[in-house]
Design a protein around this ligand. Sequence first.
Ligand code: GAR
Length: 189
Amino acid sequence: MRIAVFASGRGSNLLAIHDAILADELQGVSLDLLVCDRLEAPVVEEVKKRYIPDFIFRPQDFPDKKAFETVIAEKLKTAAIDLVVLAGYMRLVGSVLLEKWEGRMINLHPSLLPLFPGKDAIGQAWRTGVKETGVTVHFVDAGMDTGNIFLQRKVSVDPDDTEESLAEKIHNVEHQLLPEAIQKFQQEL
Ligand code: GAR
């Protein structure tokens, strides 16, 4: 199964997926494309070091979302991608990609959806004072973090946690859960 990862920032989840593939923990899967909407995102340097093909673009160079999503759709087709994984892609997916990819596009989110959708989900959970939060992998639809849930894992908020330690625990769980979700999708194909 050939996958593309969409990311806008650090790329720690892309690296976790790639490490799992290299360690043979994620089997029957190859990472064949990074799609990134920020030239200066740290993930761009990381994929160059690992020789992962990429498509890096600036949304402002296109007239609208339809225009850049049309180019992305062509790149996905050329790379013969089977599954699209959004891992920190900080942009709502539009109609061009949804029409082609709904059901084959998953997103990682750092909360137990439907709680705390949108930006800064870890901060939202922290400020609300919940005893438990977590990580969700869900199918992408037109809403913001609203699609059907594919896999979820809880993370406890302990008395000695700080917002930073909670974020670290959540990221560690993400790095496990996202490769697991990809394997699950591959097994159910
Ligand atoms: C991850 O925590 C991911 O769950 C979050 O962005 C981070 C990307 O980290 N995504 C969202 O908040 C989407 N609503 P990374 O660039 O290190 O993989």
